[in-house]
Design a protein around this ligand. Structure first.
Ligand code: GDP
Ligand code: MN
Length: 405
């Protein structure tokens, strides 16, 4: 699960990491008032208006804007709430923006990168840091990997102060900045562990320009990204409460609600399968025959007839789907349940697109009998003898509809 920046900031504040004051808004009308409140609280006229979407690259896309007056804040809010944001991390046609963060602006002397994640190679969590932080961090990682420091974290002892100090010196922090940076690293590492994160990232961590109240500058987090392990959400009530359904694929949500596993993909063949392993091999074999899966829908072992019918409704509601492949190897899942769900979906929604069904396993005779009886009502249906045959039939059928349309 992902959260928005304004929520990640809340978690940083809980952890003791300093962040400039900010507030989330959802309408253009609120921009001026919130700008004034934030400016008054921070004692500056500089503020930053930032799109809140589950994708990065906002700065380069024009969705992080520095503003100096209520009118500029309103204009920035108007732009962001009425345009889709397109960045390398969004779908090609972009993402709608429904929420904005207005935060106090800061004068930046230098930007750093700081993150904790899990390193599968060493089977440990790892602190990743760079003095080349900011919007070019992907480029730094690709072109100058030596500029990225990695510090493994002991699974029982956690990040040690001496490690954080070494990293702070390597990053070039000086004077009072060192202890501020160390404190932030330790707090981030602690939050990562405590909140069951899969990623806790501050980019950029900045040092402000020096002034009278902070003669060495001040270390602050001005952007944060947290991802969480979904399997731990049951014990992370605060994090779970931050879930924003508006940021999720609506079809994935629909499937989740009835306990099915649905993942949207880019192709045009809808797949209804039982078991993740069978789903993977089904996708492989579709690709082997030149097709592209439109999704991965795993009905698992214990789905009811109603849930499987809903699964077909979800697949058929996707305009990208030009053909459907049902590949069931019934163990706990019974083939007659699947067959009855196909008949229900045919009655309710109708299979306008080619449907190829391969059934094997528990109650397969009963399943075939149900489908045979309904054949007249489902003219686009073909049955297949095995997985290879099924994948070939569906890719051929989809290819021929493509030619005729
Ligand atoms: P991202 O592009 O989605 O990662 O959004 P960020 O929140 O990281 O902002 C992108 C860039 O905008 C940062 O790297 C900064 O250079 C700049 N920026 C963001 N907030 C401020 C601010 O308060 N003051 C200044 N001067 N620059 C900022
Ligand atoms: Mn950033």
């Amino acid at each position: 699960m992902k959260v928005h920046e304004f929520q990640a900031r809340e978690l940083l504040i809980d952890a003791g990491v300093p962040v400039p004051p900010g507030r989330m808004i959802e309408s253009i009308e609120d921009a001026a008032g919130v700008y004034k409140a934030i400016a008054a609280e921070a004692g500056t006229t500089l503020a930053v208006v930032k799109a809140q979407v589950h994708a990065g690259g906002r700065g380069k896309a024009g969705f992080v804007k520095l503003v100096n007056s209520p009118d500029e804040a309103t204009e920035a809010a108007r732009f962001m709430l009425t345009h889709k944001m397109v960045s390398p991390q969004t779908p090609p046609d972009g993402l709608e923006v429904a929420k904005l963060l207005i935060a106090a602006g800061v004068d930046i002397a230098k930007e750093y990168y700081l993150a904790i994640t899990t390193d599968r190679a060493t089977r440990r969590n790892v602190l990743i840091a760079s003095a080349e932080g900011g919007v070019e961090i992907e480029k730094v990682a690709a072109e100058n990997p030596d500029a990225i420091l990695k510090e493994p974290i002991h699974p029982l002892m956690g990040l040690q102060p001496h490690q954080a100090r070494r990293v702070a010196f390597q990053l070039g922090f000086v004077g009072k900045q060192v202890n501020q940076a160390v404190k932030i690293m330790l707090a981030l590492s602690d939050a990562y562990q405590r909140l069951d994160c899969s990623l806790a990232e501050i980019n950029p961590l900045i040092v402000t320009t020096k002034n009278d109240s902070h003669p060495d500058g001040q270390a602050l987090a001005i952007d944060a990204k947290f991802n969480f392990d979904d399997n731990a959400l049951f014990r992370q009530k605060k994090v779970a409460g931050m879930f924003d359904p508006a940021e999720e694929n609506p079809m994935e949500l629909r499937a989740q609600r009835i306990g099915l596993n649905y993942i949207a993909l880019d192709g045009d063949i809808g797949c209804l399968v039982n078991g993740a392993g069978l789903a993977m091999s089904t996708m492989d074999i579709i690709k082997h025959h030149g097709g592209e899966p439109a999704n991965f829908l795993d009905v698992g072992g214990s789905a009811t007839e109603e849930a499987v019918t809903e699964a077909f409704r979800i697949i058929l509601s996707d305009d990208n789907v030009k053909g459907v492949l049902v590949n069931i190897f019934g163990g706990i899942m019974r083939c007659d349940v699947i067959a009855q769900a196909i008949v229900n979906a045919a009655k309710e929604v109708g299979f306008d697109v080619p449907l190829v069904v391969r059934l094997e396993g528990t109650n397969v005779e009963e399943g075939r009998r149900i489908l045979d009886a309904a054949k007249g009502d489902i003219p686009t249906m073909q049955s297949a003898t095995d997985l290879g045959d099924a994948a070939k039939k569906v890719t051929d059928a989809v290819a021929s509809t493509r030619q005729t349309s």
